[in-house]
Design a protein around this ligand. Sequence first.
Ligand code: FRU
Length: 495
Amino acid sequence: MEWTKEQRYRKIDDVTEKEIQALAQLVNQCPWRQSFHIQPVTGLLNDPNGFAYYNGEYHLFYQWFPLGPVHGLKHWYHTKSNDFVHWENVGMAIEPSNDYDSHGVYSGSALEHEGKLYLLYTGNTRDENWNRHPYQCLAVMNENGAITKSDNPVIGDVPKGYTDHFRDPKVWQQGEMFYTVIGAQRENESGCVVLYQSPNLQDWQFVGEVKTDLEYFGYMWECPDYFEMDEQGVLIFSPQGLEAEGDAYHNIYQSGYVIGQQLDLEKSELTHGRFQELDRGFDFYAPQTTLDANGRRILVGWMGLPEIDYPTDKNGWAHCLTLPRELSIKDGKLIQQPVDELTLLRGKSMEAKKIMNHETITLDGFEGEAYELIVEFSANTAAEFGLELRVGENEKTIIKYDAAERKVVFDRTYSGQPFAENFGTVRKCKLDAEIISFRIFVDSSSVEVFVNDGEEVFTGRIFPNKNSQGIRLFAHGGQTSVKAVKWEISSDNEK
Ligand code: FRU
């Protein structure tokens, strides 16, 4: 279905209860609804927003177009949790309502201040020629969860030298001051990030462009995030317009990070190492981090990408968020581990050990649609070894190690309903290691693979037949010793 501008920008208040019911029914008939990931009740979800620990709970908002699987008028939807695992759908959080956010409450972030949660977002507007004009806006949530918009906009214009692609403020506090980085595009159509500071979150002053070594690195940087860890500075962002390079940058847009010295807030300067991708799989974009109650740095991404049709579209919804990942730094690289709390989902378990030699095997009881699986391969002489998931008639999703190339491979060529095929159906990434372990979370329509304790992560949506539930292990051209543990996922995501 082609969506007209009127349909995309229809006010939610004009939609009848009957229409919403019909849409919800269509969504609920979808065979690919997730069981333990955050997903929209109807419509399209994109970026995670406003991720914060506040008032004893974790709050996670996301970009939401309620009426269908397209990028229409964006709202913030609110979910919350006590444990990063069981999420409660709270409901609509911020709606377009003013001249400064009439065409979308776009992405942003949150920070606790004086007992309230401050939500800084980009208000998107369009003029009569459909040219966009961004405004940075503030909304404040109180302890009861009530959200009110402040005296807006708090940043009313784009500084000289930058285009109207200027959005996604990520806010933090350092000493007495508040800072925000904003994704921007220079007038020469290259991407960058700019820095503002404020004494009170309301009045903002432009400090300057964050100077990096990435002079021309894509045409726009979306969703920046800056934080410090182990006395190093980490800048995450989602650059658009990178060319594929070896095994990297094969998705429509990328997201990754640079690590360096702590950001010089006066000079607005970041000395840093090379850009590295956060996820080596398919569907991952616009991640955001927060500090949890215990000082852990937790990251959540959008498990989807813009401008791509997904098989769930015909059921009136699209996309979900990734599982939360705990970040750490090792040898100049971000290590990403699923948060410990995910073990709360573990139900019945089974285990197996086996030496495999030129063979493909199945293990008793190893099958399913949603589960956690850890598979470790050691004493490897095989040319390649790995596993196949969601195996059924003509369907399988392959995760393997190619020992000759020393690469991890995620292959969704035969995963089920095809989509995004023009971006390729195989992703690879170099990994030099003797023992290879995959910690895998499989949901009804997604796979997240944490390789060797989070050294690399591969995320991908897959759309297999409901009955494709097999698991197979294989070793080709040699031998491997395999240990496997599988847990059923015990509880429904929503409490
Ligand atoms: C990234 C993004 C952001 C923007 C939001 C709008 O996916 O394009 O830059 O704020 O989505 O939904």
